[in-house]
Design a protein around this ligand. Structure first.
Ligand SMILES: C[S@@+](CC[C@H](N)C(=O)[O-])C[C@H]1O[C@@H](n2cnc3c(N)ncnc32)[C@H](O)[C@@H]1O
Length: 240
């Protein structure tokens, strides 16, 4: 049974506000301590001027990293990540799964095999290889494959292409893949490049807004440069 979670609709940003403010980390799950555990605290301690100084290459804000750890720690099912790179976010997710003694693991996918292999090596060097599997595929094709296999997830982290079409395509496929009441976190949502017409490669904000099925998902908050959505709980008598 998933505990009651808190949404923060007050953190919504309009397109012209992107990148002007980075809302701080706030709890989604109702744990009683300030931070979940020492590893959660360590992410905060390793951040300088709002940016995580991680032990792997990658770009996460402090609030992004804290939110990723929390959502992985409390995930009620397997975790999916689109966009592996060197495995920084994957290492945070794997650490949370380990510390939560979770029965679930992470599946992370990247377009480039050399990055999938590099991330696998990086997680092995951190002793986290039991908690993550790395696949190589285009994100949209991978989501179609997972849906065809009937796979569902307790937390999905979307951090692959920044292009409008790719983000929109991912969003359109999420309703079948995300468990009721579970969360999807979009990286680079709160990024000023999303509202700069010169930045043709950046359309995360608009791709999410246009692609996400609002009958299936509700906005749950912005933290750092991420946006969180919750799969709506099933109504009485509704079948999954
Ligand atoms: C921003 S990086 C991911 C960072 C990673 N999540 C982290 O926090 O360390 C984006 C990654 O997405 C991959 N990517 C780009 N387009 C993709 C696509 N269409 N399908 C799958 N992966 C893609 C890139 O190769 C790159 O490694």
């Amino acid at each position: 049974m998933t505990p009651a979670t808190r949404l923060h609709p007050d953190t919504w940003l309009t397109a012209d506000q992107l990148g002007q403010v980075y809302p701080p980390y706030r709890k989604t799950f109702p744990f009683e301590t300030d931070m979940i555990d020492d590893a959660h605290e360590a992410l905060r301690a390793a951040s300088v001027n709002g940016m995580l100084r991680g032990n792997l290459k990658g770009s996460l804000r402090e609030a992004d990293a804290l939110k990723i750890y929390e959502l992985a720690y409390f995930s009620p099912g397997p975790i999916l990540e689109l966009g592996t790179y060197h495995g920084l976010s994957a290492s945070i997710i794997a650490t949370a799964l380990k510390n939560a003694q979770s029965p679930f693991t992470l599946t992370s996918v990247d377009l480039h095999k050399e990055l999938s292999d590099l991330a696998a090596r990086n997680l092995k060097s951190l002793g986290l290889e039991a908690y993550a599997t790395f696949d190589t595929s285009d994100g949209t094709a991978y989501l179609d494959r997972l849906a065809a296999e009937g796979r569902t997830f307790g937390f999905v982290f979307i951090d692959h292409s920044h292009q409008y079409g790719h983000v929109q395509a991912a969003c359109e496929r999420l309703a079948d893949l995300v468990m009721p009441s579970a969360f999807v976190l979009f990286h680079d949502f709160n990024d000023p490049r999303n509202s700069d017409p010169a930045e043709t490669e950046y359309g995360v904000y608009q791709g999410v807004i246009d692609g996400i099925e609002t009958t299936a998902f509700e906005f749950a908050g912005i933290y750092g440069c991420t946006a969180l959505y919750r799969r709506r709980p099933l109504r009485e008598g509704q079948r999954y």
